[in-house]
Design a protein around this ligand. Structure first.
Ligand SMILES: NC(=O)c1ccc[n+]([C@@H]2O[C@H](COP(=O)([O-])OP(=O)(O)OC[C@H]3O[C@@H](n4cnc5c(N)ncnc54)[C@H](OP(=O)(O)O)[C@@H]3O)[C@@H](O)[C@H]2O)c1
Length: 270
């Protein structure tokens, strides 16, 4: 695998792709009684993270930018998490057979080292899962994919009692994160109370907004694929009203082989 070139900090060395994000040790970065929350996206130069796909009647990550080299880093971020934060939409896509992948850490020999690494770090075999949803429209059969780990559903006090019961019967624990929508600060408090130290947010623009608005997202990992996609029906990595938030660049690598750049930002909530 071709190495990636360090563009920032200046004077940084080229590094092998494998291990580039694993060396962050994100599971050890939170202060005492705190949790580190981080997000990760792959985006085109014109800002698309997902395009409408008429064949699945849904949005999905554009096939022309999704690639194995970025996926390796996605998996490395997953490997460092105690818990992954996702949306009910992910489970709806999973039930339709069009989700990007099963929740990591992936199976197969490409990811054996990550499983061994988690074991060595005394982390659980797989990160737990927290699903954020107001509707609780979560196909019950899709939960079979994550039956090997603890699953939480973070919803609102208005959520359907019947749907809550069906989920509880599947072994899911329901948490309340707000009245009409889940609030980022409440979600974070639950994570801390449950003892989680690193949380990897893999959902889209709404949940990203909820965390950023509450000032609880700490890091953004952003892969920019060097291509322009156009298309009118798309998602970008954030939607909704927000006061400007400064992002401090921590590192930037050029991946010539994959025609993409890997950036890491510290989110400076003031
Ligand atoms: N390129 C990339 O790196 C990347 C990464 C992530 C996602 N994506 C793509 O982005 C697209 C959108 O992803 P997504 O649907 O997961 O994104 P999202 O916009 O973050 O989540 C949407 C769903 O999450 C729930 N939700 C969001 N905020 C909530 C709140 N404050 N309180 C309660 N529930 C809330 C709602 O579920 P209910 O409707 O059940 O209430 C809502 O329908 C997908 O096509 C995905 O593939 C791309």
């Amino acid at each position: 695998m071709e190495a990636v070139s360090c563009l920032f900090p200046q004077g940084g060395l080229s590094k092998p792709l494998r291990g580039l994000y694993l060396e962050q040790e994100l599971h050890k970065q939170a202060a005492v009684d705190d949790v580190l929350i981080y997000s990760n996206y792959i985006v085109s130069l014109d800002g698309r993270i997902a395009l409408w796909d008429s064949s699945t009647d849904d949005f999905s990550v554009p096939k022309s930018i999704a690639n194995a080299r970025d996926w390796r880093l996605y998996q490395e971020l997953a490997a460092q998490s105690d818990i992954m934060l996702t949306s009910a939409r992910y489970f709806r896509q999973l039930a339709k057979g069009c989700a990007q992948d099963l929740l990591p850490v992936g199976k197969g020999k490409n990811h054996d080292d990550l499983h061994a690494w988690r074991k060595q770090q005394t982390l659980t075999a797989q990160p737990d899962v927290m699903i954020v949803s107001s509707s609780l429209d979560i196909p019950l059969e899709s939960l079979a994919y994550v039956s090997d780990r603890k699953v939480w559903v973070m919803t609102t006090s208005h959520a359907s009692a019947e749907r809550k019961q069906s989920l509880q019967a599947m072994g899911v624990t329901i948490l309340i994160g707000g009245e009409s929508s889940v609030q980022g600060d409440v979600l974070k408090k639950h994570l801390i109370d449950l003892g989680y130290r690193s949380a990897y947010m893999i959902a889209g623009p709404q949940i990203h907004h909820m965390l950023l608005q509450a000032g609880v997202l700490n890091r953004l990992f952003l892969t920019t694929h060097l291509s322009l996609l156009g298309h009118d029906a798309f998602h970008t990595l954030l939607k909704g009203e927000l006061k400007p938030i400064a992002c401090e660049l921590l590192s930037l690598y050029l991946d010539s082989q994959g025609q993409q750049m890997f950036a890491q930002y510290h989110i400076a909530h003031t």
